[in-house]
Every structure is written in structure tokens, then in C-alpha cells.
Design a protein around this ligand. Structure first.
Ligand SMILES: Cc1cc2nc3c(=O)[nH]c(=O)nc-3n(C[C@H](O)[C@H](O)[C@H](O)COP(=O)(O)O)c2cc1C
Length: 250
């Protein structure tokens, strides 16, 4: 991987107008709030160009030390999809009928999933995402990667957002274990299967479980200049003699 030898001026496409920024952010949030995991797909073909463009967006993600430790295998070939389905269903049978702890099965019950995975053949595209545990240099030596899981997770977030933007439904699928993907897709041992993203047009009668989503105040805390969190007293305090400036900084 070449090291940057120079810096360039940032090509930043947005204005700093706060109203416009908030409007854009709210539009994006509304669009992302319509994303749901789809488990019933139409067999309608989706062109390779759409998938390539979405993978292009995924590759724009930040990554630890810019190692970009990801590899995407996009599959529309029916025979390969069938092999993936057969192997995944074998693992899922074992999972649902013994390997999974009861607590996990209870958590999955409201979602209504089971060992049968017809979407792995029905959907036009499967995108297998691999995390590159270590890189390989010109001489075949190992090159260390950094924050691999975080980097690949962010990249998959970009990918899901791009697929949603393109009008496709997605399913994040994680058959456990999924090492079979290396064999079926011919990926090397330094690549760990991360997840399998199923993508396509949702079936006309696709249904999704009714699930609650947390509201922002339930999962975010703001400590900002305008609104102080409860319990923080930032009233000016009397100066303490030991403070050299005579003022205690808030
Ligand atoms: C890392 C990860 C793994 C998942 N694995 C599966 C899976 O193997 N099978 C499945 O049907 N859904 C899977 N899901 C989808 C979740 O069940 C789904 O995102 C969750 O129920 C919330 O629903 P929503 O995506 O419609 O908002 C997975 C999601 C994530 C993020």
C-alpha cells in the first residue's frame, strides 16, 4: 500500500449553512428510518452496475491506518447461490436444533426466523463480506491490519445505506459458523467471513416484524453548550485562592 507523499486540498461538497445541514441530515435520517431487514425477495434481476456502485460506496469508508481490510464477493450465479444456501442451511439446522443457547433462540423468536433460507436463492444478489485479518506483502509476508472489525463494520454500514438508497432491500445474514464461504467462494485464509448481505427487490407481499426502535434520547446523550445535562452546575463559582488565574474553569 503506497504511503501518501503529499497532501491535497479537501474536496468537501457541502455548505456550512446550519439550516441546510440540518435539513440534509433529517432527510437522510428519514430515508434510513425506512430501511428494514427484508427476508422475502422478488426474483427480479438487478444489474451488476447497481451492485458495483454500492460496493464503491462501501470502499469509501474510513479504516484503521487506511488498510481497507475488506473484500466483497458479489454473487448472482444461481449454482453458487445454491451451494451457499445448502451450506448455510446445514449450519442453521445445527444452530436452531441444538447449538444455539435457549436465551438466543428466545431473542430470535419475535423475528420469526428459522433454519430455512430460501432467500439465499430467491434474491438476485448475495454479497459475501470478508474481513482481512492480516494483509500480505509482495514477498508473501504478513502485514498487520488495524481495527479490522470496526473498519469492516463501518464499510458494511455504508454498503447497506447505499443499497437502500438504490431502492434495494437487504438482509444481513450471519450463518454461524460461516467458514464454508471461504471454500465456496475461493477466498484465502487471511480473510474471515464477516457476514452475508442478501440484496434485491423486496417481494410484493414481503412482511417485516413489527419492532420498536429506540428514540434518540434513549440512546444518545448530549453534553453541549446550549443544553446542560441534568445535575451539571455551570454557574460561575467564586475564585479559589489556589487557582493561579483566580478563576476555576468550568
Ligand atoms: C450483525 C447482524 C447479524 C444479523 N444476522 C441475521 C441473520 O442471520 N438472520 C436474519 O434473519 N437476520 C439477521 N439480522 C437482522 C436483524 O435481525 C435485524 O436487523 C433486526 O431484527 C432489526 O430489524 P430491522 O433491520 O428490520 O430494523 C442481523 C443483523 C445484524 C446487524
Amino acid at each position: 500500500m503506497p504511503k501518501p507523499s503529499a497532501f491535497e486540498l479537501l474536496a468537501h461538497p457541502h455548505t456550512g449553512d446550519p439550516k441546510q445541514m440540518e435539513a440534509r441530515a433529517r432527510d437522510f435520517a428519514s430515508e434510513m428510518r425506512t430501511r428494514r431487514t427484508v427476508r422475502h425477495f422478488a426474483s427480479t434481476p438487478v444489474s451488476r452496475g447497481v451492485i458495483e456502485a454500492c460496493i464503491d460506496a462501501a470502499g469509501a469508508a474510513p479504516s484503521g491506518a487506511n488498510r481497507q481490510p475488506w473484500h466483497f464477493v458479489a454473487v448472482s450465479d444461481p449454482a453458487t447461490k445454491r451451494r451457499i444456501r445448502e451450506a448455510a442451511e446445514r449450519e442453521e439446522e445445527a444452530f436452531y436444533n441444538g447449538r444455539a443457547p435457549r436465551e438466543w433462540l428466545e431473542a430470535l423468536a419475535p423475528i420469526g426466523t428459522d433454519a430455512s433460507k430460501p432467500f439465499l436463492e430467491d434474491a438476485p444478489w448475495l454479497i459475501a463480506v470478508f474481513a482481512e485479518s492480516w494483509g500480505v506483502d509482495m514477498d508473501g509476508g504478513r502485514v498487520r491490519n488495524y481495527y479490522v472489525t470496526e473498519s469492516v463494520g463501518i464499510s458494511v454500514g455504508f454498503l447497506i445505506a447505499a443499497l437502500h438508497r438504490a431502492g434495494l432491500g437487504t438482509l444481513t445474514h450471519t450463518p454461524s459458523p460461516m467458514r464454508f464461504l471461504n471454500e465456496v467462494l475461493g477466498r484465502p485464509e487471511n480473510e474471515r467471513p464477516f457476514l452475508l448481505l442478501v440484496a434485491g427487490i423486496p417481494a410484493d407481499d414481503a412482511r417485516v416484524p413489527v419492532l420498536g426502535k429506540k428514540a434518540v434520547p434513549e440512546y444518545a446523550t448530549f453534553i453541549d453548550a446550549d443544553r446542560l445535562p441534568r445535575g451539571v452546575d455551570r454557574r460561575p463559582r467564586p475564585a479559589e485562592p489556589s487557582s493561579p488565574e483566580g478563576v476555576i474553569k468550568p
